[in-house]
Design a protein around this ligand. Structure first.
Ligand code: ATP
Length: 490
């Protein structure tokens, strides 16, 4: 039921009034004071009313302290945390500790019955004002916290955004260090876009995804007839990045022979196509990224020291998501909004246990994993609130702290799995052989870590034959995610 009071007010203020039965006098007052009051007497009606409406205040009458204490968290779960609840309660019921606790935890305010409407009107007005203020603040926060498409409010991510601005000005090489999915490519794109080369190309090469035999021609290009099958001249990635930026992802995986060649290009600013004689002048900036410990690779002789120092002029480290838990909510909300148009049901927010699970999860796949989990939940969740199960984190809603031995094992397992899958270009049979597990186990791990072979191994090259997963693994829809928020050429 709805009572409409918009004739008395220039601005519409929507309120939900939960009572069984509703007080006729009160609904009339609400109407006269300019409230659109939606009246509900059970949770089903609350769900229906809350869906798709901009409500600012909830008014709930507690007729029994015990059921009331259970009702309040359910109301907040249905309405989402943006709505301010005000409890109306008889004074004697306030003797029950349970209901006092629930009101303190889940309500914006309360009034004891009978309540003069003038007083209640003030409380309602304040609650409405607070909701509006919060919405405005979150809009402002959202804008400020998403500069260059890099969302986050933690000190660490703020420092990253400051570094991006600083590093965009000079033309010096940048080395970005961070685990998989922490936003290395996004950061490189932002530096490029802000730099004087921003109108030039940004070319990405995933050094870990290319077999050694192909890297040379991929980077340097080749002339017609340079080798069997070279039927025409092909421009390499370095040449394609001329006047712009080349982003060398997974630089630690570059084979040593190519490390020498790259070093020469960086020193001489010139490139020679395979099978060609001409030296082509290059004017480009290099941004490299690694999720491996390059210093250790240098010490162990796997990575050239001179190349390391040439690349590591400006260095930026991206912290893993588990070390900046304060970013989880804003990132999840950002992913939720981004993919809301894909929802198939009435999903409108995250439930309490989803937040709990997200805070407990170790996020071995970092922001990429979070985006993919939220996206999948938005599409598949059939209820108004996304739960931990919809995110595939059901177990964590009950336990987990991110720092346990199991979490560490999971991280190591995930890292190895992604690396091998990249190296094999997504070839499951080959990856299973290298990891010494059966294909069934590999499929299980891929599902466990929510790895999407179409997008998570984006730059992988399908050079090796064998079974390539291009279809859903568990009967669910494949959810590709477009990482390219800023322009680039692959
Ligand atoms: N702070 C952030 N805000 C918004 N989106 C982010 C953020 N960090 C990462 N992402 C998104 O997460 C996904 C993974 O990011 P990106 O590809 O830049 O990570 P990466 O560190 O380069 O990963 P990998 O090492 O696996 O290549 C992308 O979709 C990117 O847009």
């Amino acid at each position: 039921m709805q009572t409409n009071g918009s004739a008395y007010s220039t601005r519409v203020r929507n309120l939900i009034y939960v009572a069984s039965p509703p007080r006729t006098g009160l609904t009339q007052h609400l109407c006269e004071a300019g409230w659109n009051a939606y009246i509900a007497d059970d949770l089903g009606q609350v769900t229906e009313i809350c869906h798709g409406r901009e409500l600012s205040v909830g008014l709930v009458e507690i007729s029994d302290p015990e059921t009331g204490a259970q009702l309040l968290p359910q109301l907040v779960d249905i309405s989402g945390s943006d709505l301010n609840w005000i409890a109306l309660i008889a004074p004697q019921h306030l003797q029950h500790a349970e209901i006092r606790r629930a009101i303190a935890r889940f309500c914006y305010d309360f009034s004891t019955l009978p309540v003069p409407f003038e007083r209640l009107a003030v409380t309602l007005g304040r609650a409405h004002g607070m909701t509006e203020l919060r919405q405005k603040m979150s809009e402002i926060d959202r804008d400020a916290s998403a500069q260059f498409g890099i969302v986050g409010i933690s000190d660490a991510i703020k420092a990253v955004r400051r570094s991006i601005i600083t590093f965009a000005v000079p033309d010096a090489p940048v080395l970005i260090i961070g685990e998989t999915g922490t936003g290395k490519e996004l950061t490189a794109s932002a530096i490029h876009a802000l730099s004087r080369r921003g109108t030039g190309p940004l070319v990405t090469v995933n050094c870990g995804a290319l077999p050694a035999s192909l890297i040379q021609s991929e980077l340097f290009g080749y002339e017609k007839g340079a080798f069997t099958g070279a039927e025409r001249r092909v421009i390499g990635k370095l040449e394609a990045a001329n006047t712009g930026t080349i982003f060398l992802d997974e630089i630690g995986d570059l084979p040593s022979e190519q490390q020498v060649n790259l070093l020469r290009v960086l020193q001489e600013h010139r490139v020679q196509r395979v099978g060609g004689y001409a030296e082509i002048d290059l004017d480009l900036r290099v941004i490299a990224a690694t999720n491996a410990n390059l210093e250790r690779a240098v010490k162990e002789g796997r990575f050239r020291e001179d190349l390391y120092y040439r690349l590591n002029v400006l260095c930026l480290t991206l912290p893993p998501l588990r070390e900046r838990i304060e970013d989880i909510e804003i990132l999840a909300r950002h992913a939720f909004q981004t993919h809301l148009h894909e929802r198939t049901h009435k999903v409108k927010d995250f439930g309490q246990n989803a937040w709990k699970a997200m805070r407990s999860h170790a996020w071995p796949g970092n922001v990429r994993e979070l985006i993919n989990r939220v996206r999948r939940a938005v599409i598949t969740c059939e209820r108004p609130l996304i739960g931990a199960n919809d995110l595939g984190l059901g177990d964590l809603a009950r336990a987990g702290n991110g720092g346990s031995l199991n979490d560490a094992r999971s991280r190591a397992e995930h890292e190895l799995l992604t690396r091998i899958l990249r190296q094999t270009g997504g070839n499951v049979s080959e990856a299973a052989r290298r990891m010494d597990v059966t294909r069934a186990t590999l499929y299980r791990l891929i599902r466990k870590y929510d790895i999407n072979l179409d997008t998570d191994l984006e730059a992988s090259s399908p050079v090796e034959t064998g079974i390539q997963i291009r279809r859903p693994l568990n009967g669910q829809q494949v959810l590709p995610f477009d990482a390219r928020q800023l322009h680039k050429v692959r």
